[in-house]
Design a protein around this ligand. Structure first.
Ligand SMILES: [Zn+2]
Length: 145
């Protein structure tokens, strides 16, 4: 299974963090910064989910033509899959916010190094540093042959 892609590329309300010299990694200001990013991201996803639901309600008209109905059903199942993906992402965002609360955010799960501000801004739900992630992907590719 490919790694779940979760990036903030669609996030409009994003202001990059400016680090002061000698600033401590994951100090309160940084934690707050990422908490805001995650909360905004979650809010946008939830809006998206709402839009999908109301769109489906609007469109759930009765098409007399079976071909039209089939097309509509296909569209709906696609939307449902999208919604499912969004829901999973929202869950992941929630558990990431928990990590911030527990002071466990921003460190690689495998080797423990700082994941880094820049990488986290691009992928706020990242749990691996770039080296471990790369290694992971190589291994995954090898296992698949
Ligand atoms: Zn690592």
């Amino acid at each position: 299974m490919p790694a779940q892609q979760s990036t903030t590329e669609n996030l409009k309300t994003f202001v990059p963090y400016v680090e002061k010299k000698g600033e401590e990694y994951m100090n309160d200001k940084q934690k707050e910064h990422f908490r805001q990013i995650l909360l905004n991201w979650k809010a946008e996803l939830m809006e998206e989910v709402d839009r999908t639901v109301s769109h489906m309600k609007d469109e759930a008209a009765n098409f007399p033509d079976p071909a039209d109905r089939a097309t509509q059903e296909e569209e709906f199942s696609l939307e449902l899959r999208t919604r499912d993906r969004e829901r999973k992402l929202i869950k992941k965002i929630d558990s990431t916010i928990n990590l911030i609360d527990e002071d466990d955010y921003g460190y690689c799960n495998t080797c423990g190094v700082d994941i880094g501000i820049k990488r986290l801004e691009a992928r706020p739900t990242a749990t691996l540093c770039i080296d471990c992630k790369t290694l992971d992907e190589i291994k995954e590719r090898q296992e698949r042959g």
